[in-house]
Ligand binder design. Structure first.
Ligand SMILES: *Cc1c(COP(=O)(O)O)cnc(C)c1O
Length: 431
């Protein structure tokens, strides 16, 4: 199996964290997202321990909540000693409602409205990652109205183009995110920020993209950012305290993807940062990292019930499931690959090649094509692995399909993390 928490039992069923997938569906219904808490904790610890060991004093990993955001998950993340980053007022509200220590929360986004800024300040959110000049002006004004000095990082674009999907590449100069170093605008923004009375400029942030497997782009980003830190010191005598290098470490969705050794990557990054700081003659800033995908992706499995199975003579076979792009839009958006298993026949050979289709009135509503599974039949349970990141958080009610339930498994026990949506939920806002 792709992950150590998955196995097969005597009945030939898939087990998740030791629990029979079919029994879970019997108890909680379908589709069902099954989140393995111990695996989330293991992933957090890899970051927490490596950051403590290899990065400068005061460094911390933050969980990027946009990957999967709900109260129960934030409690787990907090108890593992990670901070959080949020990108919208809804995420600010959720993390606050979860009782998360707000001083460890960082607020991203390329367009925070005045209302968003006011909400975050009201919730005593720790640090803003300001995108540009307009936003700085608003943060400064609203902070003044509230009688506080707001901690701020500036989001900068280092001009890095990692090898990943264009829609998840974010560090290039031409990006909707941040302010570019290359054009000189970042330096102007620093001068401007240093002059604002209610802004406490702590440092800089960059995020180069997502699902990145190489370590070089992160080291390249660190080089560029630390060179900029040195230039800022030379120009304004200002010493940067915090450098946030964003998220983006890749995750293994299918056997052919590499398995990243995150701790080794952070070690390499740490050595790189130490050498840079020495070369540029600067004090090493505290480093923040913002993993999202690599914390949650491989902790969750989505279970669907197979409905119609049909073969178009001379073409191919379609296996339809009771979910699809409404709970997992990643194939429709990016053509993302997944490992799919017939959980009812997990011990059988996967030799039936098919397209797995969702139930929406939309031809693009697929989970994958040319997927081999063991002889699918109506009523079988289909497991799609690695669905913890950018699945539920991107889910919709298209076709008025209810979002699935999320059940958390831990040491053989289960509890509901997010209850299943009901038809009443669907019409709740209809007047
Ligand atoms: C998306 C994002 C992350 C998380 O990226 P992953 O690839 O999920 O690790 C972190 N920081 C920022 C600013 C982001 O936009």
């Amino acid at each position: 199996m792709l992950y150590s928490n998955l196995s097969t039992n005597e009945q030939g069923h898939l087990t998740i964290g030791g629990l029979d997938a079919l029994e879970l569906v019997k108890e909680y219904g379908s589709p069902l997202m099954v989140l393995d808490e111990n695996r989330v904790r293991e992933n957090c610890r890899i970051y927490v321990n490596a950051v403590k060991e290899y990065l400068p004093k005061g460094s911390m990993p933050l969980y990027a909540g946009k990957a999967f955001c709900f109260k129960g998950l934030y409690s787990i993340i907090d108890s593992e000693g990670m901070g959080a980053d949020v990108v919208s007022p809804g995420e600010v509200y959720t993390v606050s409602a979860a009782g998360f220590p707000m001083q460890n929360v960082y607020f991203h986004g390329n367009n925070k409205t005045d209302e968003d800024i006011a909400l975050a300040i009201e919730k005593k959110l720790g640090c803003f990652v300001a995108d540009n000049r307009d936003e700085l002006i608003s943060i400064d004004r609203i902070a003044r109205e509230n009688g506080i000095k707001q901690r701020v990082l500036l989001r900068l674009t280092p001009g890095i183009d990692p090898h990943t999907h264009a829609k998840i590449s974010t560090g290039k100069v031409d990006s909707k995110f941040g302010t570019a170093i290359e054009t000189g605008q970042a330096m102007e923004l620093v001068e401007f920020a240093l002059g604002l009375e209610n802004i406490n400029l702590e440092g800089f942030h960059c995020h180069i993209g997502s699902q990145i497997f190489e370590s070089d782009p992160f080291c390249d980003a660190a080089d560029i950012m630390l060179k900029f830190v040195a230039d800022v010191k030379a120009k304004f005598g200002y010493e940067v305290k915090v450098l946030n290098l964003g998220g983006g470490y890749g995750v293994r969705y299918v056997e052919s993807h590499p398995q990243i050794d995150i701790a080794a990557n952070i070690k390499k990054l740490g050595e790189h940062i130490a050498a840079d700081c020495e070369k540029f003659g600067i004090v090493a800033p505290a480093i923040l990292l913002e993993p999202g995908r690599s914390i949650v992706a491989d902790t969750c499995t989505t279970l669907y019930k197979i409905g119609n199975v049909k073969t178009i003579t001379g073409y191919k076979s379609y296996v339809s499931i009771d979910g699809g792009m409404t709970d997992n839009p990643r194939y429709a958006l990016y053509g993302s690959e997944y490992t799919v298993i017939n959980a009812t026949k997990a011990d059988k050979t996967a030799d039936f090649v098919c397209t797995v289709a969702g139930r929406c009135c939309e031809s693009g509503d697929l989970i994958g094509e040319d997927i081999a599974i063991a002889s699918p039949e109506r009523g079988d349970i289909l497991a799609v692995l690695t669905t913890g990141a950018y699945n539920y958080s991107m889910a919709s009610n298209y076709n008025r399909i209810c979002r699935p339930a999320v059940v958390i498994v831990k040491d053989g026990e289960t509890r509901v993390g997010i209850r299943r949506e009901t038809f009443e939920d669907l019409i709740k806002c209809d007047m």
